[in-house]
Design a protein around this ligand. Structure first.
Ligand SMILES: NC(=O)c1ccc[n+]([C@@H]2O[C@H](COP(=O)([O-])OP(=O)(O)OC[C@H]3O[C@@H](n4cnc5c(N)ncnc54)[C@H](O)[C@@H]3O)[C@@H](O)[C@H]2O)c1
Length: 252
């Protein structure tokens, strides 16, 4: 699957699924802007790609700050002349194991700002440039939590349902403009985000695996394969869809 000559921005690419996607897409020829709140981890991923012979550029961004998103995308266009694929992957887990009435206002605001408003900002700015260039491809990282209820983490659930909704609604608007917009919905996947959850509740590992027909968590590399396919022209007739990679968890 060639991504030769494609310019790709991945947010939250300093860790987990974003990092695995950056490495895989670069291996397939893409020039990747590794964007993350954590510049050190973004640089480390970009270095790894460059040492392996790929092309990657680290960039610090907070996706919940509109001006920073504008700067990220403007710089990419200035340096590379175009933006083929925008991958809105940055996300945070929020407080776990709290019922809705106990959920803090602060957690709600933080999670919605990054997971939901951040995706809106990135889509809004990327779409403006993609409309000018006459084509584009956007991939949003949603979650199984955006397709079915998952108790005790309302802000996260709300934000991921919103990402699925924004993906489908915007795909409807931009199909005729040669811009595709899809979402990836991972189930439980090994990453800093999942490790944090399991560290706070080690007993949850076995409990969660019992909910997964394939009896294991996913790997970030496995999620990256779906990102690669959506980023490539192999999926050129696909828009407004969610691709679920969850070891069968959505079946239950
Ligand atoms: N790991 C899972 O089980 C799982 C399941 C479903 C969906 N997801 C989603 O996948 C995406 C990636 O998560 P992950 O599991 O790889 O987590 P991760 O914590 O390993 O990586 C998330 C990255 O996003 C960055 N980030 C956080 N806030 C940011 C901000 N405001 N601006 C820019 N970057 C920011 C972090 O620095 C980090 O590098 C998230 O959207 C997450 O909700 C993860």
């Amino acid at each position: 699957m060639s991504l030769e000559n494609k310019v790709v921005i991945i947010t939250g690419a300093g860790s987990g699924i974003g990092a695995a996607s950056a490495i895989l897409l670069a291996k397939h020829g893409a020039s990747v802007i590794v964007a993350d709140l954590n510049l050190k981890s973004a640089k480390s991923v970009a270095n790894k790609i460059n040492i392996a012979g790929g092309r990657a550029f680290a960039f610090q961004v907070d996706v919940s700050a509109f001006k920073e998103v504008e700067l990220l995308i403007a710089q990419a266009i200035k340096n590379h002349g175009k933006l083929d694929v925008m991958i809105n992957n940055a996300g945070i887990g929020g407080e776990n194991q709290k019922k809705t009435a106990e959920h803090t206002l602060e957690d709600w605001d933080n999670v919605i700002a990054v997971n939901q408003t951040g995706v809106f900002y990135c889509m809004k700015v990327a779409l403006g440039h993609m409309m000018k260039q006459g084509y584009g491809n956007i991939i949003n990282m949603a979650s199984l939590a955006g397709l079915k209820p998952s108790g005790y983490n309302l802000s996260y659930s709300a934000s991921k349902f919103a990402v699925v909704g924004m993906t489908k609604s915007a795909a409807l608007e931009y199909g005729r403009k040669n811009i595709r917009i899809n979402a990836v919905c991972p189930g439980y996947t090994h990453s800093a985000l999942l490790d944090k959850l399991l560290a706070s509740r080690p007993d949850m590992s076995d409990t969660l695996k019992q909910l997964i027909p394939m009896d294991r968590f996913g790997d970030a590399d496995e999620i990256a394969e779906a990102v690669l396919w959506l980023a490539s022209d192999k999926s050129k007739y696909v828009t407004g869809q969610t691709i679920t990679l969850d070891g069968g968890m959505s079946l239950l």
